[in-house]
Design a protein around this ligand. Structure first.
Ligand code: AVI
Length: 318
């Protein structure tokens, strides 16, 4: 056990979600932190910067696939459709589909970060005045209430960005099942999925020459320092990312450069030299392996568009 409690200053582990998750992850035999905590304001800016890097191909490839096949993708939706986007950050990708799909009558962006959601929704409503834009501030991985204004419309889901790759495969299947329940019978779902490829390309995408991904990873420690009164010496940790070909995933870790003790919310966490905190997995699929995953979750693969690097899948309810 490498967590010690200073009872005078310790706060209970279940104090709040962030503190509880950090302390339980860092007290596990193999230390880990949930990747959802990357995205504070600075982390979101750094992720945007990652999407512009020459090494980070997924965003560029997905945008190009959406542009090239937008008419075919739009045909999957059918007449009088409500398009529901799970985890909308920016609306850059959905705009490509909206421009091609004149059968989409309502757009429901769902995101936990309410401020960005309202801002993007307001701008989209301004740019698409005939579309009903109905934002829902919610955790898209949990059941949420869809707006009553979409009653009577067909439902299509949109989950771009290969965010599904950040879920463990069984959680990805659970998410697809949940999306199926939320969307209902005869629904369709368009999902962006990154593909298995040469390890050198994958390694470079997650360990770029400018060190932006390193800053993104290390920012998690800065956030813990700020929000949980911790004393991580951020310079004493370094970024490590590599493709684990057995598990078909990129792993990101933060490596302790020396033996050290870090205090977090009154708890002392010991690090050996070289010990790592596992901060993210980014699973890669083949067209076939993702199709099988979708089938196991009650969806029928209809079409997949790909450039060999990235893929966009259309699924229909089985
Ligand atoms: C958000 N997600 C799909 C990114 C990915 O590629 O797994 C997060 C990321 N982590 C490092 N670079 C990008």
């Amino acid at each position: 056990m490498n967590i010690k409690t200073n009872t005078a200053r310790a706060r209970p582990l279940a104090d709040n979600g962030f503190a509880g998750d950090v302390l339980s992850g860092l007290s596990a035999p193999r230390k880990w932190l949930p990747p959802k905590y990357f995205y504070d304001e600075r982390g979101s800016q750094l992720f945007e910067a990652i999407t512009e890097l020459k090494e980070y191909y997924p965003t560029r490839c997905e945008l190009a696939i959406l542009r090239e096949h937008k008419a075919d993708i739009a045909r999957v939706f059918g007449p009088k459709t409500a398009l529901i986007e799970f985890g909308t950050g920016s609306t850059r990708k959905v705009r490509i589909l909206l421009d091609a799909a004149n059968t989409v009558e309502a757009y429901v962006p769902v995101d936990i970060s309410a401020e960005m959601l309202w801002q993007e929704a307001r701008q989209l409503q301004h740019d698409y005045p005939r579309l009903r834009v109905l934002p829902v501030a919610a955790d898209f991985t949990q059941p949420f209430r869809l707006p009553s204004a979409i009653v009577g419309l067909a439902r299509a889901g949109f989950f771009p960005g290969s965010t599904i790759g950040n879920f463990e495969p069984q959680d990805a299947a659970a998410f697809l099942r949940h999306a199926g329940r939320m969307l209902g019978a005869r629904a369709t779902l368009v999902v962006g999925v990154d593909l298995v490829k040469d390890a050198n390309i994958l390694n470079a995408a997650y360990d770029d020459a400018e060190g932006v991904t390193a800053q993104f990873n290390l920012n998690l420690l800065t956030r813990i320092n700020r929000e949980l009164s911790a004393d991580f010496d951020v310079d004493a940790f370094s970024h490590r990312a590599f493709y684990n070909s057995d598990r078909r995933r990129i792993e990101m870790h933060l490596v302790s450069g020396r033996r050290q003790t870090v205090n977090i919310a009154g708890h002392a966490i010991e690090f050996a030299r070289g010990e790592t905190i596992h901060t993210e997995n980014s699973y890669k699929y083949t067209i076939e392996s993702f199709g099988l995953l979708a089938q196991s979750a009650g969806w029928t693969p209809i079409t997949a568009w790909t450039d060999g690097y990235f893929s966009v899948h259309a699924l229909a309810k089985a």
